[in-house]
Write a protein that binds this ligand. Structure first.
Ligand code: AMP
Ligand code: GLY
Length: 428
């Protein structure tokens, strides 16, 4: 079978790399891809929003399965467009992708399905929102309704802060017009965050091993929020008991509610879960694989990823033989190397050294996230540049191996955290 992956980040590189290992996959294409996906598969110069061109390509190449990486095309209805043309595609339809695309929709759905989440209120206008925040306990979180590429979530410690945040979201429309039409204001939750990714098809849910992401830019969870500076899998916090609780209290009610409401979720449902001292509570849902969580997760998958994705698409997850889904016993750690200045301003085009040497290291894989070919060199081309991922006999060994590789790679201004997985190491 020929497979097409849509996207160009580290997550898509991991998907392409893993799908290319499937004995049933003849060829993997990636649109538009990056130099990493070009090495493990074949890049196609079509952008993620060019639905018609993507459909034409999928038909022309007789693609057996298209896998959509990022949220934007999902929220814009790429799955509906492919299905209308009779093409097989992994991902939720537009109506279900709203779980990520609209925070208002997501919170209302959680309330309806009785899924534990932070207490909240929804506002259509800034004035009543400003009035309401005067009487709150702090901190609160102000959120713009729509997709805001990981931004649009503002933690506020005083009512003055909250009013400024409301202005930014709803008056200045800093996160876009659509996203500023409504705002969610909720209590800030405290605890550690766990990423729980599950394949979903119809009523069936197949949870994948728990992972943890590191959202802050700097060591010790300091500095601004980013798209994710590193991740590890499995996260020891996600004990079998806790995972069972999250499945029954979060995934089952939400998936069933979506099915009943006739916008069934199909694809990968990602729950961002805060482990509070009152139990797990949902911070957000994403309608796609996490980035960088997917990198260490797929590094550990020994069996065929295509089987899993197809079972979700065909709604046969419930019949799947679980013993055929094999995970490496060893933990995996992914360290993101970012451009200096990210998530603020940074320069592109810095030549990257050391990739060849690291490609010969056993149990290490460098996933490209924002790189570009420039002549005969690979250069930086975005904020999060590489996801250096390694397996080890223990979590400590995986971390050590990942950093051994990181130290061999260099580009001007490179920034990375040095404490990925330490949170878990302190627990074991
Ligand atoms: P969201 O855009 O809703 O997915 O939130 C993005 C990130 O902001 C989450 O992964 C958390 O790190 C943080 N966050 C969102 N809501 C809250 C909350 N109520 N309390 C604490 N942190 C939050
Ligand atoms: N790592 C966070 C996300 O994928 O949204």
């Amino acid at each position: 079978m020929k497979v097409l992956v849509i996207g160009k980040g580290g997550r898509e590189h991991a998907l392409v790399w893993k799908l290319a290992q499937s004995p049933r996959v003849e060829r993997v294409f990636c649109a538009p891809g990056n130099p990493g996906t070009g090495m493990d598969g074949t890049n196609v110069p079509i952008e993620i929003h060019e639905f018609e061109k993507l459909i034409r390509f999928a038909k022309g190449e007789k693609i057996g399965l298209t896998v959509v990486g990022p949220e934007e095309p999902l929220v814009n209805g790429i799955v509906d467009a492919f299905q209308k043309e009779g093409l097989r595609v992994f991902g939720p339809r537009q109506s279900a992708a709203r779980i990520e695309g609209s925070k208002v929709f997501c919170k209302q759905l959680m309330r309806h399905a009785d899924v534990p989440t932070a207490e909240f209120k929804i506002f259509d206008h800034s004035e009543p929102a400003k009035y309401w925040v005067e009487t709150r306990e702090y901190p609160v979180v102000v959120k713009a309704d729509g997709l805001a590429a990981g931004k649009g979530v503002i933690v506020c410690n005083t009512s003055e802060d909250a009013k400024k945040a409301i202005d930014r979201v709803m008056v200045q429309e800093e996160f876009g017009r659509q996203a500023g039409r409504q705002a969610v204001i909720e209590k800030r939750l405290e605890g550690e965050e766990l990423s729980v990714l599950a394949l979903v098809g119809g009523r069936s849910i197949f949870p994948l091993p728990p992972t943890q992401d590191h959202k802050s830019l700097n060591d010790g969870d300091q500095g601004p929020n980013t798209g994710g500076m590193g991740a590890y899998c499995p996260a020891p916090k996600g004990t079998p008991e806790l995972m069972a609780k999250i499945e029954s209290e979060v995934f089952v009610p939400i998936v069933h509610a979506m099915k009943r409401a006739r916008y069934p979720f199909n694809g990968l449902l990602y729950g961002g879960i805060m482990l509070t001292n009152q139990g797990p509570k949902v911070l957000e849902f994403n309608a796609r694989f996490g980035d960088p969580e997917t990198q260490p997760l797929l590094m550990r998958l020994k069996s065929d990823l295509l089987d899993l994705l197809e079972a979700a698409v065909d709604e046969t997850l419930a019949e799947m033989d679980e013993s055929k889904v094999v995970w490496d016993e060893r933990p995996a750690v992914c360290v993101v190397m970012a451009s200096g200045g990210y998530p603020g301003k940074f320069e592109n085009g810095k030549p990257i050294a050391g990739l060849d040497e690291v490609s010969r290291m056993a149990d290490v894989k460098v996933f490209h996230a924002a790189t570009k070919v420039d002549g005969n060199r690979i250069v930086t081309d975005g904020g999060r540049v590489l996801g250096v991922t390694a397996l080890g006999d223990t979590l400590a060994a995986a971390k050590e191996r990942a950093y051994e590789a990181v130290r061999k790679i260099s580009f001007k201004g490179a920034h990375y955290r040095t404490d990925i997985a330490d949170k878990a190491l302190r627990q074991v």
